[in-house]
Ligand binder design. Structure first.
Ligand code: NAD
Ligand code: TYD
Length: 352
């Protein structure tokens, strides 16, 4: 097996996947990265623009539910590591239309595992890292935190489809000895976050003077993880993790949704005073059906067994995130105006 890391990243044009590609290619490691991505509404080649002409990088437009094309990757390119991010990822969309979630998250992961098995049989696969979520554990009350031993109890079609994929991954270790590892992380935030999720939506609505929809009372709690810390953790787990194991990733950073929205408003008052006071834009709206009350990660296992620790402080990283949106107006304007689809097509032709 080649010493060089030849890493296949699925969903690498999305939020976390593209940040992961940046982490890899910014490092001094000897590696090659191939991104496969369907470029759904959430995928954006612009997230990877800086690498399009880099010899260590290639992009292949591919739907992971296309079994033949997925399995054919084993004949087309050298792969010894897989980082599997591709998924439908938004809970609200899963409530409105669960089918795509079952197709991509369950069936797509199954085909990716089949590809992994084929590579493993060719003596080529070193590790298959499956990126999952803490939402598979369901909801917490006021106390406690999810550990790797917490039983699965998914509540939304999104989390149920991710739970299904996690179980398939587990079974490929026990049945076929595939070198799989699963990570279950908490809510991410940072650059390139698609503006349907809480943090980027609130930032962009503040900038546009639009109302800030807070579901229910705003007392629901999420445990926020900076995407750059997450990507460093994944890279470390790929190198040091034990096959067949799962690792929770989080930074003990619980906030109520209202705390997050108020903080964004106050920072926007400083950075974009025109719309001041932004808190006036907050609007409490009908709650999400089946809305999980609280998520919280206990990261002891990854800290003690892998030696991972976050390097970013929330107060700094949230400002960095807001600044990124302020400095990347073209990126989000293309998305919210619908022009990004045209951009994909153009770039896709050029990239091939
Ligand atoms: P995202 O929605 O921003 O990106 C998903 C990417 O997958 C997009 O580029 C999209 O085009 C691609 N994709 C979707 N369907 C595909 C298909 N059929 N074939 C190929 N590509 C396809 O999601 P994200 O926030 O970057 O999440 C990445 C992974 O991390 C997901 O597996 C998600 O479940 C998990 N996760 C995310 C969070 C979070 O806070 N964002 C938290 C926990 C876990
Ligand atoms: P979201 O970013 O969709 O992530 P997830 O549902 O995977 O946790 O939502 C984060 C929290 O913010 C969640 O409790 C729902 C809430 N929320 C709002 O209050 N308003 C919104 O407009 C959105 C998108 C989310």
């Amino acid at each position: 097996m080649s010493k060089q890391r030849n890493i296949l990243v699925t969903g690498g044009a999305g939020f976390i996947g593209s940040n992961f590609v940046h982490t890899l290619l910014e490092s001094n490691e000897d590696l090659k990265v191939t991104v496969v991505d369907k470029l759904t509404y959430a995928g954006n080649l612009k997230n990877l623009e800086r690498w399009l002409n880099d010899k260590r990088f290639q992009f292949i437009k591919l739907d992971i539910t296309d079994k033949e094309k997925v399995l054919d990757l084993a004949n087309q390119i050298e792969i010894n590591e897989i980082a599997h991010f591709a998924a439908e990822s938004h809970v609200d969309r899963s409530i409105l239309g669960p089918e795509e979630f079952v197709k991509t998250n369950v069936l797509g992961t199954f085909y990716m595992l089949e590809l992994g098995k084929k590579l493993f049989e060719m003596n080529s696969l070193r590790v298959f890292l499956h990126v999952s979520t803490d939402e598979v554990f369901g909801t917490l009350g006021k106390d406690g935190a999810f550990t790797e031993l917490t039983p699965y109890a998914p509540n939304s079609p999104y989390s149920a489809s991710k739970a299904g994929s996690d179980h398939l991954v587990r079974s490929y270790f026990h049945t076929y000895q595939l070198p799989v590892i699963t990570t279950n992380c908490s809510n991410n935030y940072g650059p390139f976050h698609f503006p349907e999720k809480l943090i980027p939506l609130m930032i962009l609505n503040c900038l546009q003077g639009k109302s800030l929809p807070v579901y229910g009372t705003g007392e629901n709690i999420r445990d926020w993880l900076y995407v750059k810390d997450h990507c460093l953790a994944i890279n470390l787990v790929m190198k040091k993790g034990k096959f067949g194991e799962t690792y929770n990733i989080g930074t003990r950073n619980e906030k109520t949704n209202l705390e997050i929205v108020n903080l964004i408003c106050d920072l926007m008052d400083k950075k974009h005073p025109e719309g001041k006071p932004h808190r006036n834009l907050i609007k409490f709206v009908k709650d999400r059906p089946g809305h999980d009350f609280r998520y919280a990660i206990d990261p002891k296992k990854i800290e003690t067994e892998i030696g991972w620790k976050p390097i970013y402080k929330f107060e700094v990283a949230i400002e960095e995130t807001i600044d990124w949106y302020l400095n990347n107006k073209v990126w989000w304007e293309e998305i919210i105006s619908g022009q990004y689809n045209q951009y994909y097509e153009l770039q896709y032709k050029e990239a091939n």
